[in-house]
Design a protein around this ligand. Sequence first.
Ligand SMILES: C[S@@+](CC[C@H](N)C(=O)[O-])C[C@H]1O[C@@H](n2cnc3c(N)ncnc32)[C@H](O)[C@@H]1O
Length: 296
Amino acid sequence: MTTSSLATLVSAASSASFPSALPAPAPIVKWAGGKGRLLSQLLPLLPPGAELMRHVEPFLGGAAMFFARRPERALLCDVNPSLIGTYEAVRDDVETVIGHLERLARAHGDASYYAVRERYNRARRVSQAERAAMFIYLNKTCFNGLHRVNRRGEFNVPLGRYKNPRIINEAALRSAHAQLQGAELRCAGFDELLASARPGDFIYFDPPYEPVSATASFTSYAQDGFGREQQLQLRDVFRALDRRGCRLMLSNSDVAFIRDLYADYRIDKVSAARAINSNASRRGPVLEVVVRNYVS
Ligand SMILES: C[S@@+](CC[C@H](N)C(=O)[O-])C[C@H]1O[C@@H](n2cnc3c(N)ncnc32)[C@H](O)[C@@H]1O
């Protein structure tokens, strides 16, 4: 798909007017399982009239779908408090975040990476804007853009092997800031949607995926793993929200367990290339399923 045809899809799928001086909003962090490369296949599967619906994303991550759609109203959730805190700081105080990031980018090097990681993990009196800048800095410079924490919740990813990482992109941060103005952000598990989703919401679920093999594990996004028990709970939440009258779209890996869970719904397949995998031989194209409770 060409850039201009993706832009046509995006403008058909979005409703918000956006400051024309700014670039189109796009993810501000690299995120495992990010949906950027799949947008050209996912956007045509949105429900009719999606631009009038509230956009709800319970597994926000890098927020590729939210930024591509540019909805006027959104409820954005993730169980990762540092990620949600970063979006809150970018929404509410982007210029201070940019100021801190400029300082971090100027000082970047091996020693300063580990000093920032230490401060990020240990310092208690840090403003939300500085913490967000450290989060973005670590994300852009760490190994493969991974987010991994130890049992104490400390970020423990080593420095990446980039020669000249792009640590700061002011225009992208200001675009994200503008787009986040209509968004409510919450650090919450997906089951919290049962209390807050409304009939007529469009909800896009992009959970940690069911592994395609015993060794492929995409399940360590946060301190708590996301195993079959959580996939079953998610299916139950999906069913409850279906009965409530929400429009639902869900991505997951194309495996029998997931296809069986959602056998009552419409299932399409899309082809994805995994960008983040420590094993380069596993970065080839794989099939994913898109489950929907509507016809587009
Ligand atoms: C596949 S990623 C989402 C990627 C995102 N769609 C993007 O474009 O970058 C899954 C996200 O789910 C979050 N997550 C894991 N367990 C969760 C839970 N129980 N409730 C809500 N979010 C959860 C992780 O922190 C991670 O950000």
